[in-house]
Write a protein that binds this ligand. Structure first.
Ligand code: ADP
Ligand code: MG
Length: 348
């Protein structure tokens, strides 16, 4: 479906490992004052003075986490960075550096890796982070990409999953389910393409959700907004697996229960209409879809005036005593226990 726009195919073996690293990383600029030594030595050197540092890592595997038949490499590079920055922001920290490790088979020409690194570079520029190192090795089959992100905490305002208290409000940023429905559309177009390679997919009606899948944005703006509002959430997590499992993580680690209101879950109109088209329940999609990379957090009710009427935030429920359990309150006003749908990567 994605055409091979690169006519040129330079074999990786022409450059050698060191030539390749050099070629891919020569455009990276250093922006953070905490970066003392970047790419080029045996290790990078970072100086965070007396600030606490957060570190997080993710591994993306071709065929498990992404499908190159509809994921352009540039988007993959961008998304691999976003997935990690989202985890940094979910700690209420600001992201400062990343390392990027890749394993590639010789089926990828240099031009493909240039595309991947264009996406990484774009993400690094827009989010003001330095790429300070990585590793490059060969793979016998698919592509693997692992990103590690570093971030610093302002005034030790770290937010864990474990701080939610009964009566706190449960809040989510943005809207949910778009990334999952975008994936459904892309999967469908892939099947159509397999049957008829001359078909031209019309993705125009699906622009928003396809973008949510292919080019997610980590919510750096929200961490800055918390700072401006002088608001410290009591607990926070990013939505990578779906609202349901993230709520359960907060509740388990905070030893609390929760009532989530179905009629409050924020959905984009395009998500609602595509759910109708696919005959899927939009609440199920929001609960279990994942990959939206929005932030889910709890605040004390005293802080409600700080977020009230801010279009970035939707109050979707409240925290209860642990004995009450974790429930979805449906539109019909019945209570259903929330279940985790995680570990989807291990399902057959
Ligand atoms: P070593 O043999 O010590 O692992 P490498 O030759 O792998 O060193 O790496 C040389 C430099 O290039 C190091 O600074 C390393 O962090 C950086 N580097 C290697 N691969 C990548 C990559 N894929 N992206 C960014 N930097 C990389
Ligand atoms: Mg190495």
């Amino acid at each position: 479906m994605i055409e091979d726009k690169n006519q040129e195919r330079t074999s990786l073996s022409e450059l050698g490992e060191f030539g390749l690293i050099d070629h891919l990383t020569k455009h990276f600029e250093i922006k953070q004052k905490s970066t003392i030594k970047s790419i080029g030595d045996d290790a990078a050197v970072l100086n965070f003075e007396n600030k606490n540092v957060v570190v997080t890592t993710d591994l993306l595997v071709e065929g498990v986490h992404f499908d190159l038949s509809y994921m352009p490499l540039k988007h993959l590079g961008y998304k691999a960075v976003m997935v990690n920055l989202s985890d940094v922001y979910a700690m209420n920290a600001s992201a400062t550096q990343i390392t990027v490790s890749i394993a590639v088979s010789n089926r990828f020409p240099l031009e493909a890796l240039e595309e991947l690194y264009r996406g990484i570079e774009t993400a690094a520029r827009l989010y003001n982070i330095d790429v300070v190192g990585g590793d490059t090795t060969s793979s016998n089959t698919g592509l693997l990409i692992s990103v590690t992100a570093f971030g610093e905490l302002k005034n030790d305002k770290v937010v864990y999953r474990s701080g939610a208290k009964p009566n706190d409000l449960l809040i989510v940023t943005g809207d949910l389910g778009g990334a999952y429905m975008g994936l459904q559309v892309l999967e469908r177009e892939k099947e159509v393409y397999k049957v008829n390679p001359n078909s031209q997919p019309d993705l125009q009606p699906y622009t928003y959700i396809v973008e949510r899948q292919l080019k997610p944005e980590a919510r750096k703006d929200i961490v800055n907004l918390f700072d401006d509002l002088d608001l410290k959430p009591t607990a926070m997590i990013d939505i990578s697996d779906g609202l349901s499992s993230e709520i359960l993580h907060i509740c388990k680690q905070s030893n609390v229960g929760c009532d989530l209101y179905e009629n409050k879950i924020p959905l984009d109109p395009q998500v609602i209409s595509v759910c109708e088209e696919f005959n899927i329940d939009s609440t199920t999609v929001a609960l279990n879809g994942g990959e939206d990379y929005e932030l889910l957090f709890t605040i004390s009710q005293d802080d409600y005036p700080k977020i009230k009427a801010n279009p970035n935030f939707t109050v979707i429920g409240f925290i209860t005593e642990q004995e009450k359990g974790v429930h979805l309150v449906t539109r019909a006003d019945t209570k259903i226990a929330l279940k985790a749908q995680g570990w989807k990567n291990f399902n057959a």
